[in-house]
Design a protein around this ligand. Structure first.
Ligand code: SF4
Length: 469
């Protein structure tokens, strides 16, 4: 069967549960289009992690898109390294293609540098000012700009140039928060009486809500400036480009261009399929996986917290979609974000009723990569990465974990890993059987997760207090 997978990579967060939201939303929009057999999310600081995500794809044809607004440290260093692409530095326009573990993996530029973003800027401008006209309307494309990454302003200038060529505006300006020409100089630069400002930012945040309005003197979506040097002006402030639904079109173009002349699609990845057949066999018999109970239920499957065994279904909150299961497993009973899904902090009081296909997606959301890694462990093909190797690989602010003593690593991981179902193979622990062989809480941990790496960094920095959560 012809098959292809799309993987969207986000940053995610150990602390903030909302951080992954934008990536989820685009993944859902792209799933609805149905051009890819599956759309999977992967994260630097959530699960499935960058180290795990390729293993969770069902096909041998994988296109990976970094969901970032500009090129930089994550798209050029962290993501290629963690995915194991064997590449560092700027990504060429045609992307990077590799064969990894039997899969053809294509890694693209971030969506923000795609020429199609000019259309997203235009869509945002039209929302803010539907009758923008070449007679009297100026467009400001507003970027962050920074002396650290000279690439980030190139994208802003390129988009401004494209929109200038379109002839849809009287003037088009590229302005920046952190470099010249600065955003605060707009009253001297812009002549038109109506001005649309589109922030070229990934999402709504401190810059779009505070710094930009402050630097420009804006008081809301529409602000009048009666006494400006070139006459009275009205500024229409648009929403950031990164959250517009049309970004889904850009992602699709980027993915199709990366596949280029690939011609035929991939196949089902056999190992992946075998792992999920093992899971389905467990579910058909009825059995436990970590904190949940899987049971056959009149042609479909039910998932519930094992501690809710025997509770009448009517007393439990019922979800019927994989996304429903995803959303109730992202926060614990106290409302705290769960960046490590294998922590024994799954809340109770619900059940998910899912078809076979939805069960696979639901379990992928509930325990990302656990089925694939447990199956691989059972086949003796799950490679362990000792702490020293993980530490050596780190860059940026995480470089300092290399200074952690073995005692510090042991001490921090004793605390951080205590609530986790996974068994630390990377630290020499043994796991003779997994949940697939009937030991419910037995999940392998092949490598220190980024949550532990971050906690060890805090320890080395002397900033680590009580363990979070
Ligand atoms: Fe769990 Fe510790 Fe492994 Fe992280 S490093 S996944 S907390 S066992």
């Amino acid at each position: 069967a012809d098959m292809r997978s799309l993987v969207l990579i986000g940053h995610g967060s150990h602390l903030n549960g909302e951080s992954a939201g934008a990536v989820f939303r685009y993944a859902e929009l792209l799933r609805e289009r149905g051009l890819y057999d599956e759309v999977i999310e992967g994260y630097w600081k959530e699960e499935p992690s960058l180290r795990q995500v390729l293993r969770t794809t069902a096909s041998t044809d994988v296109t990976v898109i970094p969901m970032f607004i500009s090129e930089g440290y994550f798209t050029e260093t962290v993501i290629p390294r963690e995915l194991g692409l064997g590449h560092q530095g700027p990504v060429p326009p045609e992307g990077i293609a590799r064969v990894l573990g039997g899969r053809t993996v294509r890694y693209t530029l971030p969506y923000g540098v795609h020429p199609g973003m000019a259309d997203v800027i235009l869509a945002r401008a039209r929302e803010a000012l539907p009758d923008a006209s070449p007679e009297d309307t100026a467009l400001i494309v507003l970027g962050h700009g920074t002396t650290r990454n000279e690439n980030s302003n190139k994208v802003i200038y390129a988009n401004a140039e494209r929109l200038r060529q379109s002839g849809l505006f009287a003037e088009v300006h590229a302005l920046f928060l952190d470099e010249n020409p600065k955003v605060g100089t707009w009253p001297d630069l812009v002549h038109a009486s109506r001005v649309v400002v589109v922030p070229f930012f990934a999402s709504e945040g401190w810059h779009t809500l505070e710094t930009i309005p402050e630097d420009m003197g804006l008081s809301g979506e529409v602000t009048e400036f009666p006494g400006n040097p070139h006459g009275p002006q009205t500024v229409y402030y648009a929403k950031p480009v990164g959250t517009h639904a049309a970004v889904a079109d850009v992602i699709m173009h980027l993915a199709e261009e990366a596949r280029g002349a690939a011609g035929r699609d991939g196949d089902v990845d056999r190992t992946h399929e075998a792992a999920w057949q093992a899971l389905l066999n467990l579910a058909r018999r009825g059995g436990r996986m970590g904190e949940v109970l899987l049971s056959p239920h009149g042609g479909v499957f039910e998932v519930r917290h094992a501690l809710d065994e025997g509770t009448p279904g009517a007393d439990l909150h019922t979800v019927v979609t994989p996304e429903g299961l995803r959303d109730l497993s992202r926060w614990d009973a106290a409302g705290e974000h769960r960046p490590v899904h294998t922590y024994r902090t799954l809340k109770r009081g619900w059940r998910a009723v899912l078809s076979e296909a939805d069960l696979r997606r639901g379990i992928h959301f509930l325990y990302p990569a656990v089925v694939e890694e447990s199956y691989a462990h059972g086949c003796h093909s799950l490679r362990h990465t000792p702490w020293a190797t993980t530490a050596r690989r780190q860059t940026g602010i995480y470089t300092r974990v290399q200074r952690a003593t073995p005692e510090q690593v042991a001490h921090v991981s004793r605390e951080v890993c205590a609530p986790c179902l996974r068994t630390r193979l990377w630290a020499g622990e043994k796991l003779p059987r997994t949940f697939l062989d009937g030991v419910p809480g037995a999940f392998p941990c092949a490598e220190a997760c980024t949550y532990l790496v971050a906690e060890i960094r805090e320890e080395v920095s002397g900033k680590r207090g009580k363990p979070a959560g």
